[in-house]
Write a new protein. Structure first.
Length: 684
């Protein structure tokens, strides 16, 4: 059976057009069906009813949401307003709208201003329900009648240890959505391995800072056994830290570990994203050293000024530090673009290692093989590095190119070469550094897994990704929508849909395998970065309810004995559940039934039998109701960006079952079997 049979091209075109519109307009992870049959939608509020209260029709990510008097509205993590992100649970209607049972805010209108703070309550207002301004860890927290106060781990009083969630104002104060008491405060019970966060208020002047510290109003006992990690800042009054240890009966903590999180006076203490503003990670070659004891002073690393103090943590000094050493530098960027180093790791040198032993190579790429996936022999710092299809290449900090700095890990060989299991690019050939931008996470569109393949349809989730909502309306897909572009390994991706919290795009065909860098740009400026794991091929099927399970997004082609063909739906609307469920497929003597499925990620598999007409059907194995089925086609769905298609003959031996499982496996080029997401059909 060909990808699209001649007699039903127009009907198939309508099916695929509907699926393509879903790809363009509906956020892939926005809607899913839970086990209890409820429907969920995650997105941004675009319009609200003008009447008092919330009753009426809302618009969330382009979908109409009917809010009733009985709808439960939870505003723990933000107030209901235009631009707020919400999760809606309810029932899907035949016209595509949703009758809302419950609405919960996930972030306020500020988007990226969402903040989480841990600390001790220092002051409380003497008002009913404690409405007013609190002080928690020296920060003002605004508590309103809508703030949810949870007292599960202790009563509320001055000294209580709490977790605050809310939005940060420009003055640094917090509008609290939720305040929850936690163990570890004055009202909490004792616990071991207690986690406490706060600002350093006083320090002893003893060697190693051994003695009693004051942190967020708490007494912290530091001994010679306490591990002090100064990766993000040197220990000083005003620095924000995390403390692990054991809580004493008097409320003090015997610290086993203290870790600095940001420098004195910087914002972001306790943030759920641990934002450190201009914190920077930088990898390069030492070009000059101050020559002082401990090399305290200003270094030059790949043209960048690096300020080193007594608080800078130098890792692996045994490797030797000289001009020409390869180092990794971490620390905040200063106004003059220099870096105040909190940690420097010396990466210099390679060791040949014993054959068969684990080994690492650090240095510049001297040469690369002429292969789009870089498979073959590399030369790194003068050493041969052997790369296979299954070497994981991490490219978060830069792309693979001659001159780039990398760290390769694998097994040493008898000839001195390295069989690489993993290679991480530390800095691109052009220099520069990776900044800690607002993170973005990319997943496969059909089944929401982290692994994707070249030309797959994927969804990226984050905050402040776009100024508004826009969808593609032409083929080929555009590379810019509403001034938004997406770069994968520096190559522009084609876009289906953009919105403030979600972007649907297609991975560029030429993307090498491994961990690729993803950058979201608005108006030519990077606003968010993340990574995506790219593999040769992948199995992911679209479902009728956009949840990766249940009834598939597809159809059945019925072929009668005389050759006549007709097409039938495999999904129907169940009004009692308000969702799409498998439609009954009637089997008749003499008829052949072909199930047509749509997905993404399959096209990267290599043709093994030389028969292009059946795509890569020889690599696909399908069972329907536990019975092996005959695959007639597996490959590109003609005329649609990123969409793949499988045509499979439903076996006569499959037993009647209203929920017959369709399980699909793919054998890749190395013989590894990959399992796709399971979908169900109804067989008579």
């Amino acid at each position: 059976m060909q990808p699209v049979t001649n007699g039903r091209k127009q009907w198939t075109k309508m099916i695929l057009l509907g699926l393509a519109m879903m790809v363009c307009l509906i956020p892939f992870q926005a809607a899913r069906a839970d086990d209890d049959g409820d429907y969920k939608l995650y997105g941004t509020i675009q319009s609200l009813p003008g009447a008092s209260g919330w009753s009426g029709d809302w618009v969330v990510n382009g979908r109409t949401v009917h809010v009733l008097a009985s709808t439960k509205v939870k505003q723990e993590k933000g107030l209901i307003a235009l631009g707020a992100t919400v999760e809606i649970e309810g029932w899907l209607q035949a016209d595509g709208s949703v009758n809302a049972k419950e609405i919960e805010t996930k972030s306020g209108t500020g988007g990226g201003t969402y903040f989480k703070l841990y600390g001790n309550v220092e002051t409380l207002p003497n008002t009913a329900n404690r409405i007013g301004d609190w002080t928690v860890n020296r920060r003002i927290v605004h508590v309103s009648p809508t703030t949810y106060i949870k007292l599960e781990h202790g009563s509320l009083a001055v000294g209580a240890y709490v977790e605050v969630e809310g939005n940060v104002r420009t003055d640094g104060s917090i509008d609290a959505f939720k305040v929850e008491t936690k163990q570890g405060g004055s009202s909490g019970g004792s616990s071991s391995n207690d986690l406490f966060k706060g600002y350093i208020e006083t320090l002893p002047s003893t060697a190693g800072r051994i003695g009693v510290w004051s942190i967020g109003g708490r007494q912290v006992n530091v001994s010679a056994a306490t591990v002090i990690v100064q990766q993000y800042a040197a220990v000083a009054v005003g620095v924000y830290v995390e403390i692990y240890g054991t809580l004493r009966a008097d409320g003090s903590i015997d610290a086993t570990k203290i870790e600095t999180k940001n420098a004195a006076g910087s914002s972001g203490g306790g943030s759920s994203s641990d934002s450190r503003g201009s914190y920077n990670e930088f990898y390069g070659t030492v070009e000059s050293l101050p020559g002082t004891a401990g090399n305290i002073g200003q270094w030059t690393v790949s043209g960048r000024k690096v300020n080193v103090t007594t608080g800078t943590y130098i890792e692996h000094p045994e490797r030797g530090l000289i001009v020409g050493s390869l180092v990794e530098v971490k620390g905040p960027v200063q106004a003059d673009n220099s870096i105040n180093a909190t940690k420097i790791e010396i990466k210099s040198g390679t060791s040949s290692g014993n054959p068969g032993s684990n080994n690492k190579v650090y240095g510049k790429i001297d040469s690369l093989p002429n292969d789009p996936n870089f498979i073959g022999q590399w030369t790194v710092a003068g050493r041969k590095v052997n790369v296979t299809l299954y070497t994981r290449i991490k490219r978060k900090y830069g792309t693979v190119a001659v001159g780039a700095y990398v760290e390769a890990e694998g097994l040493a060989q008898a000839d001195g070469s390295l069989n690489a299991r993993e290679i991480e690019v530390k800095q691109g050939a052009g220099g520069g550094a990776f900044m800690s931008y607002n993170p973005v996470a990319t997943v496969e569109a059909a089944d929401y897994a982290e692994e994707s393949a070249p030309e797959s349809i994927v969804s990226a989730f984050g905050s402040n990704l776009a100024a508004g909502v826009a969808a593609a309306s032409t083929l080929p897909l555009p590379q810019t929508l509403s001034d938004v572009t997406v770069l994968v390994d520096g190559k522009q991706a084609r876009l289906f849909f953009v919105s403030p919290h979600q972007i649907n795009y297609q991975i560029p065909a030429s993307t090498p395998l491994g961990l690729a860098n993803v950058a979201i740009m608005r108006g030519g400026v990077v606003v968010s970065q993340g990574t995506i794991l790219v593999t040769e091929s992948k199995l992911a099927f679209f479902a009728a309810n956009s949840d990766g399970q249940g009834a598939p997004a597809g159809y059945v082609t019925r072929v009668k004995a005389n050759g006549e063909q007709s097409s039938e739906s495999v999904a129907r609307l169940d009004t009692t559940q308000n969702k799409l469920v498998p439609a009954t497929i009637e089997r008749r003597n003499g008829d052949k039934l072909f199930l047509v499925l749509f997905g993404t990620g399959l096209r990267g598999a290599k043709d093994e039998d030389g028969n292009a007409a059946n795509g890569v059907a020889e690599r696909v194995e399908i069972t329907i109701g536990g019975v092996k089925a005959e695959v007639h086609y597996a490959g590109v769905a003609p005329g649609f960006a990123g969409l793949d298609q499988i045509n499979v003959l439903i076996p006569d031996a499959a037993l009647a079952n209203p929920a017959a499982e369709v399980k699909v496996k793919l054998r890749d080029g190395e013989g590894t079997i990959k399992q796709g997401n399971t979908i169900t059909i109804s067989l008579q």
